[in-house]
Design a protein around this ligand. Structure first.
Ligand SMILES: [Zn+2]
Ligand SMILES: [Zn+2]
Length: 278
């Protein structure tokens, strides 16, 4: 695909070229997909980019029309409340959303606590896990990884007898086993946070188009954790983990935090096509 072909694609607004390259408009500093409905600029006013990321690096801002295409609203007729739609169901989810979900965080204590909840969640709802957070905290030594790694059979029995606890011996044993894996990773990488971010080259991934339930990064992470002996941590649950820590930007376009993110756009952002590999 040479420049002439690209320019013709822009002039004919050919949608089949979308996501294959981008064009910036010098006079406005805006970057668009080839088929954008915005007015087609003169050729001398166009700069071509292979990826949206390159364009942003070059000082261009994604066009509003294109962003709407990149991030279509979840439901038709949905009126934005300034938050992600999923969290508006109840106060528990709303608080979870507002108090740091999908915000860049680096502390290993949070990573560990999340991983415990993720193991417990398997087959159940996240909302239920949030409701049981204090029960888990009681059962698992205040989410102290070092203590949990030392748990024995009597601890498993104690935990399974705890009021309101999820009664799955396999999950409880998985949490204990995963704690050992977690400690081994910390010993090797210094921080679990450094380990997990190495799977995305320390970038923040922004998926455009269809939002994936798992990603190439979460699949590699899951395979590596499994190799190290971790259990109940599949690519889907780990993709959610990446979202929780702002490693994958997952706020919806109608959400205030999405707008804030796009306005500030961190240096290390990587735009990734939702249906394609990272
Ligand atoms: Zn556009
Ligand atoms: Zn949000």
């Amino acid at each position: 695909m040479d420049d002439e072909e690209k320019l013709r694609a822009i002039e004919s607004r050919d949608g089949s070229y979308d996501w294959r390259f981008w064009y910036g408009v010098k006079s406005t500093g805006i970057v668009c997909r080839p088929s954008c409905s915005a007015r087609v600029p003169a050729r001398k006013n166009i700069v071509l980019f292979d990826t949206l990321e390159d364009a942003i690096r070059g000082g261009f801002r994604p066009c509003k029309v294109c962003l709407r295409e990149l991030y279509p609203p979840r439901r038709r007729g949905f009126v934005s409340t300034g938050r992600c739609a999923w969290c508006e169901e109840n106060e528990l989810l709303r608080r979870y959303h507002d108090e740091g979900w999908c915000t860049e965080r680096h502390d290993d204590e949070s990573h560990y606590e999340h991983l415990v909840l993720e193991v417990m969640q398997c087959g159940l709802s996240w909302e239920l896990m949030l409701g049981k957070r204090e029960i888990f905290r009681r059962c698992f030594a205040g989410f102290d990884c070092r203590k949990v790694a030392e748990f024995d059979d009597s601890d498993v029995e104690r935990i399974l007898a705890e009021d309101g606890m999820i009664r799955s011996e396999r999950k409880v044993r998985a949490v204990i086993g995963n704690s050992k894996v977690f400690l081994a990773i910390v010993a090797e990488f210094g921080l679990f946070d450094s380990y997990i971010r190495s799977f995305v080259d320390n970038k923040v991934l922004v998926f455009y188009g269809k939002q994936p339930a798992e990603s190439e990064a979460s699949r590699r992470l899951s395979a590596d954790l499994k190799r190290r002996g971790a259990k109940f941590l599949g690519p889907v649950v780990l993709h959610s983990h990446l979202e929780s820590f702002g490693i994958v930007m997952a706020h919806e376009p109608g959400c205030r935090k999405f707008q804030e993110f796009m306005a500030a756009l961190p240096e290390n952002v990587a735009f990734v096509r939702g249906t394609g590999p990272y």
